[in-house]
Design a binder for this molecule. Structure first.
Ligand code: ADP
Ligand code: MG
Length: 273
């Protein structure tokens, strides 16, 4: 086991498939033999619910408690907040308390690196730590980016030309400059696609808006009922419909994520076409 890679899945738009991606990518990495930790960094707790904790508010110990201890107290020692999922990865759940933590961070010294302090204490046990970000560019997302090696950006077609995307990329760049020099955009990839030629649209839009400097992954996640069902079945797509095209897409995404780092340059936005 090497040094853990920390990957944030971020996009300030909600409903683009961030949580679904964190779950299925996490399960996919386990199937590739990796030790994986998922962190729910969204007070909405969608990932926590997807992973079978249907009443996040009843949880005694969540990421909110842990971050609060680090922000206001002497730090965090335990591991009791880490739960195990039947598909082989570990996860740290969230609930509404995380929202209060985010508000309180404004008054904390080193407020951008509270999550980093936590992750640095646990990541030695893992190959991959995946962070499910809330749909904003607030303090929790800044904390996630401040501790990540890569950010993955799931998008839908209409988002690519949007102001929001420029803002997200700008935030990533300023965090890279000011807080976390190792941060890179691991890739933009399309989710909930209806049709076949979408990747070329993504490549074209990214080139038009960002001059070809953002890597676009090959994987396109289709819009399927099976993937929507994952959020309530407590089963990743690999258990729910292992032979379907959605599982194939998340298997491809998993492979691409395993290659990030090594092939970063050659995938940079298909500049030749
Ligand atoms: P986000 O975390 O970005 O808000 P989610 O992963 O929670 O997005 O997805 C939003 C909704 O869309 C959820 O109900 C989820 O089950 C559903 N969903 C996610 N990905 C897909 C997909 N590829 N096809 C169909 N439905 C999807
Ligand atoms: Mg989500």
């Amino acid at each position: 086991m090497g040094k853990a890679k920390v990957i944030a899945v971020a996009n300030q738009k909600g409903g683009v498939g961030k949580s679904t991606t964190v779950y299925n990518l996490g399960a996919g990495l386990v199937l590739e033999g990796k030790k994986v930790l998922l962190l729910d960094v969204d007070p909405q707790a969608d990932l926590t619910k997807m992973l079978g904790q249907r009443k996040p508010h009843d949880l005694k110990l969540t990421l909110g408690n842990v971050m609060n201890e680090i922000a206001t107290g002497p730090g965090w020692q335990g591991h009791e907040e880490i739960l195990h999922h039947h598909e082989g990865f570990d996860f740290v759940p969230a609930n509404r308390t995380l929202s209060a933590v985010e508000v309180g961070l404004v008054n904390v010294m080193s407020r951008e690196t509270v999550l980093k302090q936590y992750i640095d204490g646990v990541k030695a046990d893992y190959d991959y730590v995946l962070l499910d970000c809330r749909p904003s560019l607030g303090m929790l997302v800044i904390n996630a980016l401040a501790t990540s090696d890569y950010v993955l950006i799931p998008v839908q077609a209409d988002y690519l030309a949007a102001e929001d995307m420029t803002e997200l990329v700008g935030t990533v760049q300023s965090i890279k400059r000011q807080i976390n020099p190792k941060l890179k955009i691991g890739g933009v990839f399309m989710t909930m696609a209806n049709g076949t030629n979408f990747r070329q649209d993504v490549v074209t839009a990214v080139r038009e808006n960002f001059g070809g400097h953002l890597p676009v992954l090959q994987t396109v996640i289709p819009s399927t009922v099976r993937l929507a069902e994952v959020s309530t079945k407590d089963k990743s797509i690999f258990q729910h419909e292992p032979r379907g095209r959605a599982a194939a897409a998340y298997r491809n995404l998993t492979k691409e994520v395993l290659e990030i780092g090594g092939k970063q340059r050659s995938r940079s936005a298909d500049r030749s076409r």
